[in-house]
Design a protein around this ligand. Sequence first.
Ligand code: GLN
Length: 195
Amino acid sequence: PKTIGVLALQGGVREHVNMLAALGREARLVRDPADLAAVDGCIIPGGESSVMDKLCRMFELQQPLRDRIQSGMPVFGTCAGLIMLADRIVDGMAGQETLGGLDVTVRRNAFGSQVDSFEADLDVPELGPEPSHAVFIRAPIIESVGPKARTLADVNGRTVAAMQGNLLGISFHPEVTSDTRWHELFCRIVDGITP
Ligand code: GLN
């Protein structure tokens, strides 16, 4: 079976590990290039993208991650993980870099400090007829989706989920809900099962 990693430098790692375990997949924590080399796909969790960026460079994972993404490794980014996957950030911290790969422009903390977190039911045709209950925590939005990517979901006209080949980026946190469908979708991508 294919091995799924969770980038474990910072942020909500445990929730993703537990979600994968619920689906019968043992996750490998990715903390260095050797861990990365051992996985077939990787989840980048929520957290703080500017800190995650610094840690990626410090632990010499930035270039290996970029190389794997460019050569087609499936990656699922949630919240800060979506920011890490984005080709462009409009309001990054000074010097903040992303890994890139997903042809989208993101805006961090886009719902504003008045609305630190909220929940919404999203219509996601990709996941089937049941709405996806989404928990947003200091969430980014996808301000624009470039021609290589496509929108999977939006909330009040703002794009919050996008996909491009083996890359999946969402601005919310299914790993804190009981909805396993996003992780199931990612497992299918890693396993090479296309609908
Ligand atoms: N605001 C965070 C950032 O910019 C993301 C928040 C989250 O991952 N829950 O990285």
